[in-house]
Design a protein around this ligand. Structure first.
Ligand SMILES: [Fe+2]
Ligand SMILES: [Fe+2]
Length: 649
């Protein structure tokens, strides 16, 4: 008998740039569908049929793209050496198009496939190291640096600084014998310094000395005559302004918003002087005029020439001006109000990229102001009313405003009322992401079905909820218990705030890194709930991804078996599985199971994976029927409800 080789050699297909192009197009269509706002006035049946059509399209896109990855990309991840030189170049081309802020101004594209891009770059780095192609290596590290920089906005990852530093070290090394001859290399170096400075500044890891050092390094690089002489046509001064403007402006906002590292007057003065230099003398006179009307007209006039971004610059001027003591609080608030008015008018006429960009900045500013001044109610209330109209925009700005958001919400509403706090937080965060909102509502409804059933049939299990000490108290407090259950379901995935924008817009299976990120959501969620009386909710948030026996699932740092609210955690875990397995509309786009199939699975997987008492309850016909009707009747309602967030009235 012939002995065959036990290792199956996978036949690698030649990389196909046209199919790669198709991948990007698919992913863009998917992103568009995922982010689409439905036009107003749709009937509910049109809504649901729209949804179903979109699901079918999304499923197809996902299948195609997964196939592309497994056929064309995965062999390289496993064995980078199997790519030939031509493929190397084609792959670089592909990954740069896939994720490269400098190649695309599209917001969606910037968000596209960050983690997949890192995997491709990593394979390319290995190959380039092997064949000692330094120039190619630089391009790869630059790409990686860019992605980490982008992600750091969402995740505050210190990795971004490391990646960019690594890229810079390579450029330094290569600069010696490449003499920065290649235009791409020079651009890489310039962009790397820019990124390093911004990353270092945004990173929570670095203190002021490192932050200033990073900016100074960047400026020193741009000012080197050998660097400039290599490409006299390159707009070096623009780069310098960019570095200064971006870093100072963005960073000062971050500092204001965080209030972790109180801003020094020195920094405010430095930024104030820099931003003041943007304006010409005549403009400064108007801006700094004692006469309010002159100042107001100056800011509002800029609506007519939006390309000048004048009012956006005004904001950049106003904030440091106040903090360096150059204008007083009264003036500060008035000027901000003019900017808000200018922005509102501007937005009506230019709903394009620039408008998006300015709005993003504005939201950052408003957040900053709110966080800092809501202790003064007259300012806080006014600005907060404005802010409330922009829930989706807050979400867009959120990845970079995590601390700020908490502060805003805490300071703006009655912080002693935990429930208000949580509802408002959810409304302006995860509940603006349609699949997450619909899913949360479903979990809420499923948990309510279980808890109601247990109140009627086995109330012993709920003793401890809402401080109850016995069955009689559970019965007496059932309203409160149900209210807390509802909120627990709505909030269970609140930790997804941190990265929802990064991993939610993709049309393929998740990578390992993405799964690792998602697995952080129970811990991320803790952040928003600590220090307040939320009853069972913090434990449900922390523990809902763990198995009943605590041996599987995540996070490892939380022992659900010892929680005082273990039963509620287990109910959430069952509800989560039921919804995920049966959702034929929402997030998973996978072939779904029937309600009865998943309920039987839960019974079969108890007591290790799922709670035995809940599994026993699922043998009850009445409860089964309730759950099935939640899945069939309530689910579409949840989607209609979620869609209402996206339909402007
Ligand atoms: Fe979850
Ligand atoms: Fe969930």
């Amino acid at each position: 008998m012939e002995i065959s080789a036990s290792v199956k050699i996978v036949e690698k297909e030649k990389f196909d740039p046209q199919k790669a192009e198709r991948y990007i197009i698919n992913a863009m269509i998917y992103a568009k569908i995922a982010n689409e706002r439905l036009p107003p006035g749709l009937t509910e049946s049109t809504l649901i049929s729209n949804l179903r059509d979109n699901v079918a399209i999304c499923r197809q896109l996902m299948t195609d793209n997964n196939k592309f990855i497994s056929t064309y990309l995965r062999p390289y991840f496993k064995n980078p050496e199997c790519m030939d030189n031509e493929e190397m170049v084609q792959l670089l081309e592909f990954v740069r198009k896939l994720h490269h802020p400098y190649y695309s101004r599209s917001h969606e594209r910037k968000k596209l496939d960050s983690f997949l891009a890192i995997e491709i770059y990593t394979a390319l780095v290995k190959k380039a190291e092997k064949i000692q192609d330094i120039e190619f290596l630089i391009k790869c590290w630059f790409g990686i640096g860019n992605i980490y920089f982008f992600l750091t906005g969402a995740l505050y990852s210190p990795d971004s600084v490391i990646a960019v530093k690594k890229a810079l070290a390579l450029i330094d090394e290569a600069g010696g014998y490449l003499n920065l001859k290649d235009k791409n290399t020079r651009l890489c170096a310039a962009a790397c310094y820019n990124k390093l400075a911004i990353s270092a500044y945004n990173s929570r890891e670095s203190g002021y000395p490192e932050k200033f050092q990073a900016i100074d390094d960047a400026l020193a690089f741009y000012n080197r005559s050998d660097v400039r002489s290599l490409d006299p046509d390159f707009p070096w001064q623009v780069w310098i302004d960019d570095v200064n403007g971006n870093i100072y402006y963005m960073s000062i906002l971050y500092e204001f918003m965080r209030e972790i590292d109180p801003i020094t007057q020195d920094l405010a003065e430095r930024v104030y002087n820099f931003n003041r230099a943007y304006f010409n003398q005549e403009e400064i006179v108007q801006l700094e005029s004692d006469n309010d009307d002159i100042c107001k007209n100056f800011i509002l006039e800029s609506i007519n020439s939006p390309e000048s971004e004048k009012w956006a610059q005004c904001i950049q001027y106003i904030i440091p001006a106040y903090h360096s003591g150059n204008i007083d609080l009264d003036r500060y608030v008035k000027m901000l109000q003019y900017c808000l008015d200018a922005h509102t008018a501007f937005q009506k006429t230019s709903p394009d990229f620039l408008s998006e960009y300015l709005r993003f900045n504005l939201i950052m500013v408003i957040s900053a102001i709110l966080a800092r001044y809501t202790k003064k109610p007259e300012i806080g209330t006014h600005l907060f009313n404005y802010l409330k109209k922009l829930p989706r925009e807050i979400l867009d700005a959120l990845p970079t405003c995590k601390d700020e958001l908490r502060t805003i919400v805490e300071n703006t509403i009655d912080a002693s009322n935990s429930r208000n706090y949580l509802e408002l937080l959810l409304k302006s965060t995860t509940h603006n992401h349609l699949p997450t909102y619909a899913h949360s509502m479903m979990i809420s409804r499923l948990m309510l079905s279980f808890v109601s059933w247990f109140i009627d049939n086995n109330p012993e299990k709920l003793v401890g909820m809402c401080k109850t000490k016995n069955v009689a108290e559970v019965r007496a407090e059932q309203e409160a218990i149900l209210a807390e259950t509802r909120l627990a379901g709505l909030a269970h995935d609140i930790g997804k705030i941190a990265y929802i924008q990064v991993v939610s817009v993709i049309s393929r299976s998740l990578t390992d890194k993405e799964y690792a990120l998602i697995r952080r959501h129970p811990e991320e969620g803790e952040y928003y709930l600590e220090g307040k009386d939320f009853g069972c909710i913090p434990d449900v948030v922390r523990g809902h991804q763990k198995s009943c026996d605590g041996k599987e699932g995540y996070p490892p740092g939380f022992d659900n078996t010892r929680s005082a609210y273990k039963f509620m955690i287990d109910i959430c875990s069952v509800a989560d599985s039921i919804d995920a397995a049966t959702d034929n509309i929402g997030r998973s786009y996978q072939i779904c199971k029937t309600g009865d199939a998943i309920m039987d699975e839960i019974i079969a997987m108890s007591p290790n994976r799922y709670n035995q008492d809940i599994a026993d309850a699922l043998q009850n016909e009445e409860l089964r029927e309730t759950i099935n009707s939640v899945l069939q009747v309530v689910r579409p309602e949840c989607y209609y409800e979620a869609y209402r967030v996206f339909i402007s009235d």
